[in-house]
Ligand binder design. Structure first.
Ligand code: NAD
Length: 452
C-alpha cells in the first residue's frame, strides 16, 4: 500500500503540478531499512547544546560519540553549516526564565537543518520536579518540542523529547540512539519518559540486541504485525507469528520469511491464553517479547451498531489481551527483562465518530499499560503501548477516500506512515536499551493533528 502523492512528489515535473494546485508536497522520508548499526551518525554533523545546570549532558555526549557523530559546538556555526541532528539538554532547569536558552540556541540555527534531520531535547520529568517553577519549565519544553516539530516536519525532519527522571541519566542512551537515527522516521513531536525504577539488564548491546530472544507477535500474518515480525527477527529474535487459523497460508508464508514459527490461533478462543502459554513454554521455555498486535475495526455510528460488532471488537482488541497476559505474566512464562507491547491508536486518544467500540478498546489499552507499567520492575519487565496514526495497511485501505485522504495528510509530514515505521518503534521498545521506558504510550503518527 502506498501514497500516490509521495510517489508523484518524487518526480520533479509532477512536483511542480502538486505545488500549483496547492496540495502539500510530501518529502520522501529517510528510513533505515535494515538492522541497527554501531555508528548510525558516522559522517553526520551533530550540534549539541545544554542549558545551565543540565544534568544529562555527560551521558548524552558519550552516546553521541559512540554513535559516530561528528560533534560541532554552537560557537562554530556559520550560515553554511548543516546539521543532520541536534541535541539540546534542557534538564536541570529550576525556573521558566531559563527557557530563554531554547530561543538562544535554536533561533540562529533554524535554517541550518538538513531534510530528515533529527532533533532531540531532554528535560526533567515534570511530575517529579523539585519545585513548581522547575515543573513548569520542564513541561514547557514539551510545548516547545511539539511546536518545533510542526515547523520542521515538512522537510521530513523530526523533533522529540526525552523526559529523564533524576538518577535515570544512564538510561537515555537507548532512546537517544532510536530518536537520532532513521529508525524513528514517523515518530514526531512525541515525549518519552525514562525512569529509574525497574531493573535494567546487565548487558545492553546496540547491534543485534534481540539475539537469543523469543518474541510472540499476534495478528502477525500481514500489515503492521508482519513488518514487526521482520524487524524483530532482523535484530536476532526468533518470532512466533500468530494469526487466525483461516489465514494459515499467509501466516505460514510470513513466518517462513522471517525464519520464525507459525502459530494458528484465534486469540478470542476461551482456551487461547493457556494454549499460547503452553506452546511458548514447551517449545522455547518462555517468551521475552509479546506484541499484542491483532486488532480489528467494525465501524458504525453507535445508533446503528449491532451488539455483535461491539462484542467482537471488545473481545479481540482488549479482553483477549488481558486474558493472555494474565496467564503469561501470572505463570512467569514471560522471562525476566521481558517486554509487553500493545497496539493502541490515535483513535483511542482522540476518539472517532463511528468508532465507539474501537476507541474504547484502544483507550482501554492505555489504561492497561499505565497501570501495569511499574508492576514488574523488580523483574525488569516493561509494559508499553504504541499509538499509530494513519498507517498504509489493509485496515486504512478500506476507508472511504475522503476520510483516508484526511488521515493521510493531517500530520506534520503530509503523508501516511508505513507498517515498518510502527515496527521500528515496537522493536526499539523491545530492546534491552529501552529498559528505562515503561508505562509509556508513544505515538507513531507523523505528529497527527488527531488527538494531538
Ligand atoms: P491488519 O488488518 O492488516 O492486520 C491485523 C491482523 O490481526 C490480521 O492478520 C488478522 O487476521 C489478525 N487478527 C484479527 N483477529 C484476530 C484474532 N481473533 N486472533 C488472531 N489474529 C487476529 O491490521 P493492521 O493495520 O496491521 O493493524 C495492526 C494493529 O495496529 C491493530 O491492533 C490496529 O488496531 C492497530 N492500528 C492500526 C492502524 C493503521 O493505520 N493501520 C492505526 C492505529 C492502530
Amino acid at each position: 500500500m502506498s501514497d500516490y502523492l509521495v510517489r508523484m512528489a518524487q518526480q520533479p515535473a509532477l512536483r511542480s503540478v502538486i505545488k500549483t494546485i496547492g496540495l502539500p508536497t510530501p518529502q520522501t522520508l529517510a528510513r533505515a531499512g535494515g538492522p541497527y548499526v554501531e555508528t548510525p551518525l558516522a559522517g553526520k554533523t551533530v550540534l549539541f547544546g545544554a542549558g545551565d545546570g543540565a544534568t544529562a549532558s555527560k551521558k548524552v555526549q558519550t552516546t553521541l560519540k559512540a554513535m559516530g557523530a561528528e560533534a560541532q559546538s554552537a560557537a562554530d556555526v556559520t550560515g553554511d553549516s548543516r546539521f543532520n541532528a541536534v541535541v539540546f539538554d534542557a534538564t536541570g532547569m529550576t525556573d521558566p526564565a531559563q527557557l530563554r536558552a531554547l530561543y538562544d540556541f535554536f533561533h540562529p540555527i533554524m535554517r541550518n537543518f538538513t531534510g530528515n534531520a533529527r532533533v532531540v531535547l531532554l528535560a526533567d520529568v515534570p511530575e517529579t520536579a523539585d519545585s513548581v517553577p522547575a515543573a513548569v519549565a520542564a513541561r514547557a519544553v514539551e510545548g516547545f518540542v511539539r511546536s518545533l516539530a510542526k515547523e520542521i516536519g515538512r522537510k521530513g525532519a523530526t523533533a522529540n523529547l526525552v523526559y529523564v527522571e533524576k538518577g535515570a541519566e544512564d538510561r537515555v542512551a537507548g532512546p537517544l540512539r532510536f530518536f537520532l537515527s532513521d529508525h524513528s522516521t514517523y515518530v514526531d513531536g512525541q515525549p518519552v519518559r525514562v525512569t529509574k525504577g525497574g531493573k535494567m539488564p546487565r548487558s545492553v548491546p546496540v547491534t543485534r540486541p534481540l539475539d537469543g530472544k523469543v518474541a510472540l507477535v499476534t495478528g502477525g500474518a500481514r500489515g503492521i504485525g508482519a513488518a514487526t515480525a521482520e524487524r524483530l527477527s532482523q535484530e536476532g529474535a526468533h518470532v512466533v507469528v500468530l494469526d487466525i487459523p483461516a489465514d494459515a497460508e499467509t501466516l505460514e508464508t510470513t513466518a517462513k520469511a522471517v525464519g520464525g514459527t507459525a502459530l494458528p490461533q484465534d486469540i478470542t478462543d476461551a482456551d487461547a491464553p493457556r494454549a499460547i502459554a503452553d506452546f511458548l513454554k514447551e517449545k522455547f521455555g518462555g517468551v521475552d517479547i509479546v506484541v499484542h498486535n491483532a486488532g480489528v475495526t467494525r465501524d458504525k455510528m453507535l445508533a446503528n451498531m449491532a451488539e455483535h460488532l461491539w462484542d467482537m471488537v471488545l473481545a479481540i482488541n482488549l479482553r483477549s489481551i488481558l486474558a493472555i497476559d494474565e496467564v503469561l505474566l501470572g505463570d512467569k512464562i514471560v522471562n525476566d527483562h521481558g517486554r509487553i507491547l500493545c497496539l493502541s491508536s490515535i483513535g483511542g486518544i482522540a476518539g472517532n465518530a463511528g468508532q465507539t467500540n474501537y476507541g474504547a478498546t484502544k483507550a482501554g489499552l492505555i489504561g492497561y499499560v499505565q497501570s501495569q507499567g511499574q508492576k514488574f520492575g523488580d523483574r525488569g519487565i516493561t509494559v508499553n503501548a504504541v499509538a499509530p496514526g494513519f498507517i498504509e495497511t489493509r485496515m486504512t485501505a478500506e476507508m472511504p477516500f475522503m476520510i483516508r485522504e484526511g488521515g493521510r495528510r493531517m500530520n506534520s509530514m503530509s503523508q501516511g506512515g508505513q507498517p515498518q515505521d510502527v515496527a521500528e518503534l515496537l522493536t526499539f521498545l523491545a530492546t534491552p536499551g529501552a529498559g528505562g521506558v515503561s508505562g509509556n504510550v508513544v505515538r507513531v503518527c507523523g505528529q497527527s493533528l488527531i488527538g494531538a
